[in-house]
Design a binder for this molecule. Structure first.
Ligand code: BV8
Ligand code: ZN
Length: 280
């Protein structure tokens, strides 16, 4: 990616001191993690993610919902951060006041070099009791028979049964019982209809209110209140730069819209801002 938009976005990034990087599912698409818009695979294609990701669905069929999250968690475990994740880490390394805010429940920002992103919607790696909220251990990842997993480097998922061990578990799975009260363990994510973690939401609003640039990457900006974070920054006069292959409701508030995949655009943006600091 080249051109005047990239040069302008590079200029804004180079001038920034307190940037916010706000990410959605598109950030991890090139790592092989399906976005919410992407069609589900296998058994799950029968279900709407927004229906499965609810307290009601878990109450109605805990094994179905737990199985879905276990399939997603195993998929993420096989995924690797892509050059976009590494470029975000490079921005944070160069500008220590950078705040990374994510809607994603994968751990690819951390594995990509951003130790503590603000997690608005929780994590696939923090199960807890659905009754007493006691943190629960992560289930062991591999059934005794499975071959060791092959790392997934952002290319399209490999073919062949053994590299798809998650599929072997692709289905309903009874959630473990809480060691304290025996209630079913649930994934540590925020479901539709549930409040966001107040500390994370407060940290996100504070960062967006004080930033001098907001970079929004790979989000359709349809889920609230997360989708309001870029609006907070724009309302307070910070330039907003969007990275997304397609237009979104945020286009109108953006100083620059970079139309392309995060894994290609973000490294190019870092090079445009700091030519002497090539990444990826
Ligand atoms: C709540 C965790 C109340 C679980 C998630 C105001 C208006 C309208 C509706 C509401 C409103 N306020 C509240 C609501 C209801 C609801 C909501 O927003 N509904 C929407 C659907 C209309 N919000 C809630 O329920 C929230 N809770 O309001 O509680 C309350 C308050 C107080 C007290 C009690 C209760 C909770 C919302 C959080 C739900 N949990 N995730 C899980 O993951 O299973 S949301 C989940 O979906 C993700 O975390 C993310 O936020 C969202 C998906 O959006 P994106 O990340 O943007 O991904 P998407 O697939 O949509 O788009 C991908 C984009 O990437 C695309 O634009 C694509 O073009 C682009 N792309 C693709 N490839 C690439 C790329 N970009 C760059 N590079 C690429 N390679
Ligand atoms: Zn419990």
């Amino acid at each position: 990616m080249t051109g005047p938009e990239l040069a302008e976005a590079g200029r804004l990034l180079a001038a920034a001191r307190r940037p916010v990087v706000f990410t959605g599912a598109g950030m991890s698409a090139e790592s092989g993690v399906p976005t919410f818009r992407d069609a589900q695979t296998g058994l799950w294609q029968r279900y709407d993610p927004q229906e499965l990701a609810t307290p009601a669905a878990f109450r109605a069929d805990p094994a179905l919902v737990w199985g879905w999250y276990e399939t997603r968690r195993r998929g993420v475990r096989r995924a690797l951060p892509n050059p976009g994740h590494r470029a975000v880490a490079a921005i944070a390394a160069r500008l220590p006041e950078t705040v990374v805010i994510t809607q994603n429940v994968d751990d690819l920002h951390e594995r990509g070099g951003v130790p503590a992103p603000v997690r608005l919607h929780g994590s696939l790696f923090a199960p807890r009791c659905s009754a007493c909220a006691r943190p629960a251990p992560l289930p062991s990842d591999l059934p005794p028979s499975a071959d060791p997993p092959e790392p997934h480097d952002g290319a399209e998922p490999h073919g062949g049964a053994e590299s798809h061990a998650p599929e072997a578990h692709d289905g309903p799975l009874d959630p473990p019982a809480c060691a304290d009260c025996g209630a079913p363990v649930r994934p540590g994510v925020v479901w539709f209809g549930e409040a966001l973690p107040s500390a994370a939401l407060a940290a996100a609003v504070e960062a967006a209110s004080g930033c001098d640039l907001l970079l929004t990457v790979g989000t359709s900006a349809l889920v609230h209140p997360a989708a309001e974070i870029p609006l907070v920054a724009a309302r307070l006069g910070a330039p907003v730069v969007q990275v997304n292959p397609v237009p979104t409701p945020l286009d109108a508030i953006c100083a620059v819209n970079l139309r392309g995949p995060a894994g290609e655009v973000l490294p190019a943006l870092v090079r445009a801002a700091w030519p002497d600091d090539a990444v990826g």
